[in-house]
Write a protein that binds this ligand. Structure first.
Ligand SMILES: [Zn+2]
Length: 324
């Protein structure tokens, strides 16, 4: 079977958030575009949501392996929010999608948002999606990338992801930076089909250290990491002063930007992308994307959730998995 005919697995995320709603709406749209979809995880969750959204008459592409277990509605106590039951439903779907991607049954996976709190209540030791999927795939250093593909495209990769700011400097090591650069360049070639990706690396300190006056990680850590990456064939420039880099629009000259920590990269990304972003996990042996929003428990069940980012996530997964 070729990648084109293998379906993309879509997970519901937390069943008490907006995940099932945006996943169902977006899957319907993707199927109209000819993208084959399989909704994985608890069948009762999908059917219940399809009823609530008035989509039950449509063909719901349920996974044959989905178990019609009782949706743990009681856990929510009538109020949408983090629950152990929600965490279990979310986890089961992620495990199924990951296993199917590893076995080759699915061409890619698109994951609706989970609640990190629900996952923890369900007994998961993983901080979130990415860590769990990477562990199952045997990948030690997955790279989180936020992308807006519409021109001018902006892709931001992170050296460190969800860690306290006080731990960031210690985690920005030559190995980790070089690994992030290589993984990103590799996926841009393999998945995006960009033959010669140009990367930009942002400094860790204000003004990229100002010649060592405001910290020396740029010369002690980042410069050697860039040399290692260059020796491996990566075209990388920097380290750039992050504020000026975005302020002057320099990002438009690169295929992707590598930020040292979460807010350094994602504040400008979200400001520029204006909700048009998709999250991609690079470095996995398969394609995984997700929308750029969370569970939005506050509006779950109202039918008002915007499925735009989920639609983009599915379209991008289809595009990135077409070449493999
Ligand atoms: Zn985040």
């Amino acid at each position: 079977m070729t990648a084109r005919t293998r379906p993309i697995a879509v997970t519901p995320g937390d069943p008490f958030g907006i995940g099932p709603e945006v996943a169902l709406k977006a899957s319907r749209e993707a199927q109209r575009d000819g993208i084959p979809i399989v909704l994985v995880g608890d069948g009762a969750t999908w059917l219940d949501w399809a009823m609530r959204l008035g989509l039950a008459d449509d063909a719901i592409p349920l996974d044959d392996a989905s178990r019609l277990i009782e949706m743990p509605v009681d856990d929510a106590g009538g109020t949408p929010g983090p629950t152990a039951g929600g965490g279990r439903v979310a986890l089961e779907a992620i495990e199924r999608a990951t296993a199917g991607c590893i076995s080759g049954e699915f061409s890619a996976m698109v994951t609706a948002p989970v609640s990190k709190e629900s996952l923890a209540m369900a007994g998961s030791s993983h901080v979130g999606h990415t860590e769990l999927i990477a562990e199952r795939a045997g990948v030690h250093n997955p790279v989180m990338v936020m992308t807006r593909e519409a021109p001018p495209s902006l892709r931001v990769a992170l050296v460190t992801i969800h860690v306290p700011l006080r731990d960031v400097a210690g985690l920005v090591t030559p190995d980790r930076v070089a690994g992030t650069l290589s993984t990103l360049a590799g996926d841009l070639r393999l998945r995006w089909g960009i033959d010669h990706p140009r990367l930009a690396l942002l400094g860790l300190n204000p003004h990229a250290g100002d010649g060592g006056v405001i910290g020396d990680e740029e010369s002690v850590v980042l410069a050697p990491a860039m040399e290692v990456a260059r020796a491996a064939g990566v075209d990388v420039s920097g380290p750039f002063s992050a504020d000026a880099f975005f302020g002057r629009g320099s990002w438009q000259r690169f295929d992707a930007v590598v930020a040292c920590y979460h807010d350094q990269g994602l504040v400008p990304f979200k400001t520029i992308a204006q909700g048009g972003g998709v999250n991609v996990t690079c470095g996995l042996p398969f394609v995984r994307t997700s929308p750029d929003h969370g569970t939005a428990f506050d509006i779950a069940g109202t039918g008002r959730a915007d499925d735009g980012s989920m639609v983009e996530a599915i379209r991008l997964a289809a595009r990135l998995s077409a070449s493999t």
